[in-house]
Design a protein around this ligand. Structure first.
Ligand code: DLL
Length: 435
């Protein structure tokens, strides 16, 4: 069995990782300063010169980059190499404002695929596995990233892309897929569809899933693990920093190891920009240490998480991040109360409901309205109105005690909420339309 485990770097002692990072950052800052006039201006305005950066401890002197900077620089403004040295672009979905376009040299692609390969290995993957990739292919990084990683590991790769669930299931069963890669919401849907077709969890050959690209709770993890009969691993990443594989979970399933030889992570106070110590909750900021074409320094992700350097039983020494506990921009403020969609999902699954739900927030007569549509499983369905009403009241109570605010609950019939094949859209905030 060949498994592509990069043990030497993934379990390197802290001093060694620090040494690698210190060497890389000095070169990287010079590369960016010399080749990206936009960032050079930001550094000049802050009075920082490349010579001031002697190691990762000095990163805090550098200016931040935000999504707004990326939009302003669209498309070539942050490119640090000749365009002729680039071999690929990937892009974000760009639901608000302009898309972000990221460029890659062949070196950048190799580095990124290597990170995805590490994630597959950590989920138990080797050249004996059949990896079914049903993240979208194309501009989205999910499909291409895991596809490349799977090749590096030497697994048989099924490049399915998202959608066409019947065909996904046919290939999964006929070709004995052992590792499934997709968004957690799509994994839940595949599990549900398998059950409808009469398959039991033990009928498939899957052993692991690598799920990410959207927030999901521990409750959702347990529900997917049960429905597919697998161990479910989290994977995190973002287009701006390369794509999936910036960090990934190991068998301990207690946070994701950040590939620290390529990406330097900081946690900052989102209000003040001050760097916070490990263990404190704040906004995750990444510096790319060795990408050539699109090397962002101090990019603010808006993802809120905590870093931990506690020893991991898997032997990997790279720092771990918690799952994003929300985004500084996905927190809803409803009637003055801060509400995160992940809190709602946790309550629903704890109370035995399906992960098929939709949150609708609106404003009527200057007051926020807050509705949650929750789909009943076939066995929960009842046509007795009093049954439904008492369940709705109970769920309202559970939500109120978790959130401090009571939503209007609508329990709806099975199969009435649209399933997601990619990133699920859980929240419809109509207030934005009126603003
Ligand atoms: O979602 C890359 C990716 C593909 C990651 C496949 C994992 C698997 P973007 O479309 O640029 O890239 O979106 C990045 O998605 O800032 C997070 O807010 C969110 N996100 C990504 N992974 C996770 C995760 C890809 N595991 C944005 N948990 C990030 C929660 C995640 N949120």
């Amino acid at each position: 069995m060949k498994n592509y485990y990069q043990k030497e770097i993934e379990t390197a002692p802290r001093e060694e990782i620090l040494k690698i990072q210190n060497e890389k950052i000095v070169k990287q800052v010079k590369h960016v300063y010399d080749n990206v006039p936009y960032y050079r201006d930001l550094m000049d305005k802050k009075g920082v010169k490349p010579e001031d950066i002697k190691g990762v401890d000095d990163i805090k002197k550098l200016p931040f980059l935000t999504k707004d900077d990326l939009r302003e620089c669209y498309p070539y403004g942050l490119l640090a190499t000749d365009l002729k040295d680039c071999v690929r672009i990937q892009s974000t979905s760009g639901t608000t404002g302009k898309r972000v376009v990221a460029f890659y040299t062949q070196h950048d692609i190799d580095l990124w695929e290597d990170c995805c390969a590490r994630a597959i290995v950590a989920a138990g993957g080797s050249n004996e596995d059949v990896v079914q990739v049903c993240y979208g292919y194309g501009l989205f990084t999910g499909g291409p990233g895991l596809n490349g990683g799977s090749h590096k590991v030497g697994s048989l790769t099924l490049p399915m892309s998202s959608g066409n669930t019947d065909r996904q299931i046919q290939f999964m069963m006929d070709l004995n897929a052992t590792i499934l890669c997709c968004t957690p919401s799509y994994a839940a849907y595949i599990g549900e569809t398998l059950a409808e077709k009469g398959y039991k969890p033990e009928d498939n050959k899957l052993k692991a899933g690598i799920f990410g690209a959207e927030p999901w709770t521990e409750e959702m993890r347990r529900s997917i693990e049960k429905s597919l009969g697998i161990k479910a691993y989290d994977i995190y990443g973002l287009t701006e920093i390369s794509g999936p594989g910036v960090s990934f979970e190991c068998e301990e399933q207690t946070g994701m190891h950040i590939n620290e030889d390529h990406f330097y992570a900081e946690i900052i106070d989102p209000e003040t920009g001050e760097v916070l110590p490990d263990g404190e909750k704040g906004e995750l900021v990444f510096t790319s240490l060795d990408k050539e074409a699109f090397p962002l320094l101090r990019y603010r992700t808006k993802d809120i998480c905590i870093l931990s350097r506690k020893k991991c039983s898997c032997g990997r020494t790279h720092v771990k991040m918690t799952k994003p506990l929300g985004r500084s921009d996905d927190m809803m403020i409803i009637r003055g109360v801060n509400v995160f969609p992940s809190q709602i999902e946790a309550v629903l699954l704890k109370e035995g409901y399906t992960p098929n739900y939709q949150i609708v927030v609106d404003r009527k007569n200057n007051t926020d309205t807050f509705d949650i549509y929750v789909e009943l499983a076939p066995e929960q369905f009842s046509d007795k109105i009093s049954d439904i009403q008492s369940r709705e009241a109970a769920l309202n109570g559970a939500m109120r005690s978790m959130l401090g605010i009571g939503p209007k609950i609508h329990l709806v019939a099975p199969k009435t909420i649209t399933r997601s094949e990619g990133k699920a859209v859980r929240v419809i905030d109509k207030r934005k339309l009126h603003d």
